[in-house]
Design a protein around this ligand. Structure first.
Ligand code: ANZ
Ligand code: ZN
Length: 836
């Protein structure tokens, strides 16, 4: 008997065979019910696929394989998310052009994925950097533009004064440049934005339609950040002016406790005419300083509140008192109206601010049980005091009444605000999809356009470039894709412009509308663009005329199950839901939500318990594991390492344990071969059916580790030769093993004389009766003498056993006419009737 198997030999052999037969192809319009299983496509950013990819890919490969065996038509695709910063940074680090490194990295990763025996449908492979793909990314952008949902606007961007480049938010680490550590400042720059805020309510509400893990739903909800409250107007009265300051509050019930107003530094700029520089040097100084900081910096510095009094006063709408107007950077421009009413008795930030600057604090909500005022502000709800005719009302009721009153007096109205901001869609980086827009000054000058000018909006219809107005023209569909030109210099420029701006022969272009000299947009899209719709393209990846055919979309969509990292459950999920909803509104996709179900996997840590990183030297190379122990071992260990959604430390002993298990399977198989005619015992059959049930249910509910553990338990019992395995039983076991160890199970399947692939077999059906009813044999005695045997359910009660035994044909005559004085029952074993 051979002790172990040569994985190198068998694994590549079977992979070739599968590929030849096209075993894992998804069939469009098949009559079999469809299942679309999606894993997040990798980012070939210089690193090869790592063991973290191995975890979710192996486990979901098991899901895909099991579903196929259950008769589903499974779509399990893969592609490459290849534009974006990591790829660009890798290229900058290595000095090799990103087009070259990306290609190389995809090649390596693809080789790995194939070596792991993953059952992807490779015919549907897509790459976001492929012009045939990004043509449609650009096309979707233009649909947004045509519907008024993409617009250009001056907004603050992160700027590293040392590297002299714009930084994406993810490149800003604790307020500093990720590359050089210099504190990031902000500057205004014209950027493209997508109006995701228009979809905020639906992105929130439609979470009811999907099956996402609760914490994932919560992240979506928090990111959207819906708050109900009111907008309230405070007239500026000192100096007397016609200006108002509008604030957003979630607590209109605290209105009478507002003792000051605070403007964000940005908002304060709107009131500069009331603040001549000569008399308000301090205010101007404060605003300038604050504007140079990023929002992140401002939020981090909230420990010690800063601010200046503007010298201005507003009139409190209910009390008529004059209250001071301050500027402080703890108020953010990006939320509400960019101005707040300070209610120090009931808001901790306002409390801190009022204490520091000696502003009056006025209690207006009382709650004897919970309040700790005046030691601390009381932020909860209660009964109103010091609020004139609203006194005595509970907060909720007071909010409704005060809102109604504000509305009647035209001083404010109920409002809903969102934390969600419009999505900044421009990057001044090279490695991205060019934004397919052409700016033309001639078009703008043309009379017709000038005549309509009143109705045309800046940022939507025209943009000011170098002080001159230009018409914003979309690139016509027939000219898509706008290909990314090959350039030598792809590093970010020191002017904050995209490197594309230096490619004059590309930038200068004939206007698609009037034919005169015009210029291209030089910004590129963020790396979120390509991943916002890739799952749609998998459905119909070769389509030349549409981003995906309608019929195929109705057949395959929505994705039945989407698994990915927790780091993508906010932005990527939200962005892709937004794109899909937009396409739904254009009647281009069949449903309002792209993913019926979403789950997440936990991170794999290095053997030392830390996040794997090159600098730490604790990176486990999956290629070495596969080469040394085999792909089946690698996959099965990834499934077995621990609960799927938890963070797990890589453990070589676990790998060895899995390999030992597979060797045991291999040895058990050889024993089976020689026992062809021996029938499986009842006991074994029961265990086998329990195993089918366990592996099936656990695999489909993310309990991959316990599914593997059950297989191990089964083989241990077989190996200890407590049971004899017959061929049929063994074949059933191989089918159960197939989703997890596709190579070895295939080898052994052929070893029992089968010619077809094990992966084409029907998943075995378990018999629920067989599982539940463990049957034991009971010996029946009368006065100590054996009179018969019978089978009963294990654990059966004495009365039941007794009754059944008395009625047995072999027993009945012996008890006829006699009285049983005593019944002795040894559970699951024997029953003895003692007669009088
Ligand atoms: C008065 C008030 C009294 C407030 C009170 C709270 C408690 P959420 O719940 O997160 O939506 N706020 C409004 N705009 C702001 C901005 N741009 N920057 C910083 N803070 C801002 O928060 C809403 C509350 O946050 C608002 O309600 C406002 O303070 C503050 F007892 O108004 B509140
Ligand atoms: Zn033109």
């Amino acid at each position: 008997m051979t002790e172990t198997f040569d994985h190198r030999k068998i694994e590549s052999k079977w992979r070739k065979e599968w590929e030849k037969k096209g075993l894992y192809k998804a069939v469009d319009f098949s009559k079999r019910p469809k299942r679309y299983i999606l894993i997040e496509f990798p980012y070939p950013s210089g690193e090869r696929l790592h063991v973290g990819h191995g975890r979710s890919y192996s486990c979901f490969d098991a899901v895909a394989r099991l579903l196929r065996m259950q008769g589903f038509n499974v779509l399990f695709p893969i592609g490459w998310d290849a534009f974006g910063l990591p790829a660009e940074n890798y290229a900058i680090r290595t000095g090799i052009h990103p087009a070259v490194t990306t290609k190389e990295n995809i090649k390596t990763s693809k080789k790995q994925a194939k070596a792991w025996g993953l059952s992807f449908d490779w015919d549907r492979e897509i790459t976001t950097t492929d012009p045939e793909y990004y043509k449609w990314t650009q096309w979707v952008f233009l649909q947004f533009f045509k519907k008024g949902l993409a617009y250009k606007k001056e907004i603050p961007v992160n700027w590293c004064p040392s590297c002299k480049i714009n930084l994406a938010n993810e490149e800003v680490v604790q307020g500093a440049c990720e590359r050089c550590g210099t504190p990031v400042t902000r500057r205004m720059q014209s950027q493209w934005l997508l109006k995701i805020t228009e979809y905020a309510d639906r992105l929130l509400k439609d979470l009811d339609k999907v099956d996402y893990r609760e914490d994932i739903k919560a992240q979506q909800v928090n990111w959207i950040g819906r708050s109900e409250g009111a907008r309230i107007k405070f007239p500026v009265v000192k100096p007397l002016s016609r200006q108002f300051i509008e604030v957003f509050t979630t607590r209109p019930d605290t209105l009478f406790g507002a003792t000051f107003l605070v403007l964000s530094p940005e908002k304060a700029q709107e009131y500069l005419e009331l603040l001549p520089k000569r008399e308000h040097k301090e205010v101007h100084g404060y605003i300038e300083e604050a504007l140079a900081k990023s929002e992140l910096q401002r939020q981090e510095e909230t420990k010690e509140k800063t601010g200046v009094f503007t010298g201005l006063y507003a009139k409190h709408p209910t009390t008529g008192e004059d209250i001071p107007i301050w500027v402080s950077d703890f108020v953010l421009m990006g939320y509400g109206t960019g101005a707040i009413m300070g209610v120090p008795a009931h808001d901790s930030r306002d409390f801190e601010f009022a204490k520091k600057f000696k502003i009056p604090i006025k209690e207006v909500v009382k709650n004897d049980k919970e309040s700790n005022f005046p030691k601390e502000p009381f932020e909860g709800e209660g009964r109103l005091i010091n609020s004139v005719r609203f006194n005595g009302l509970q907060s909720k009721e007071a909010i409704a009444k005060i809102n109604a009153w504000l509305k009647k007096e035209k001083l404010g109205e109920p409002a809903i605000d969102y934390k969600l901001r419009d999505w900044v869609f421009s990057r001044q980086h090279y490695w991205g999809e060019p934004i397919p827009i052409v700016y033309c000054s001639k078009c703008w000058e043309r009379a017709e356009v000038r005549d309509q000018r009143s109705g045309l909006k800046e940022g939507y219809d025209y943009a000011v470039i170098d002080g001159k107005e230009h018409k914003i023209n979309p690139v016509p569909d027939k000219d898509l894709p706008v290909e990314l030109p090959h350039v030598k210099r792809y590093k970010p420029t020191q002017t904050g412009e995209s490197p594309l701006a230096a490619v004059h022969e590309w930038v200068e272009v004939k206007c698609p509308s009037c034919g005169s000299q015009a210029r291209r947009e030089t910004d590129t899209m963020p790396n979120w663009a390509g991943s916002s719709w890739y799952f749609v393209r998998y459905v119909d990846p070769q389509n030349k005329g549409r981003f995906a055919g309608k019929k195929k979309l109705s057949y395959w969509m929505p994705v039945d199950w989407y698994n990915g990292g927790m780091e993508h459950t906010t932005l990527h999920l939200l962005y892709s839901r937004f794109w899909y909803k937009f396409l739904y509104d254009l009647k281009l996709v069949p449903d309002p939500e792209p993913y019926a179900k979403r789950t997440s996997h936990g991170v794999v840590l290095g053997p030392d318990g830390y996040r794997m990183s090159k600098s730490r030297g604790n990176v486990v190379n999956p290629d070495e594991v596969v080469s040394e122990f085999g792909a089946d071992t690698f996959r099965m260990y990834e499934a077995f390492m621990g609960p799927f959604d938890q963070v797990i430390v890589w453990d070589l002993r676990g790998v060895l344990g899995v390999r030992r298990f597979l060797d045991k399977v291999y040895r058990a198989h050889q024993a089976v071969g020689s026992q062809e005619s021996v029938a499986s015992s009842k006991e074994l059959e029961r265990k086998l059916h329990q195993l089918i049930k366990k592996v099936e249910e656990d695999t489909l509910s993310l309990k991959f580790n316990t599914a593997v553990a059950a297989m191990m338990g089964f083989i241990n019992e077989v190996a200890s030769s407590k049971y004899q395995v017959a061929r049929e039983g063994w074949k059933t076991f191989l089918k159960v093993l197939a989703p997890y160890a596709p190579h070895l199970s295939e080898e052994l399947w052929h070893g029992v004389g089968e010619n077809d692939s094990v992966h084409l077999q029907k998943w075995p059906k378990f018999d629920p009766k067989l599982i539940k009813e463990e049957v034991v044999t009971i010996v029946i005695q009368i006065n100590g003498k054996i009179r018969g045997k019978m089978e009963v359910e294990a654990g059966a009660k004495k009365e039941k056993v007794s009754e059944k035994a008395r009625n047995l044909d072999s027993v009945k005559p012996h008890l006829h006419g006699r009285k049983v004085a005593k019944t002795i029952y040894v559970a699951d074993n024997l029953i003895n009737f003692v007669t009088a």
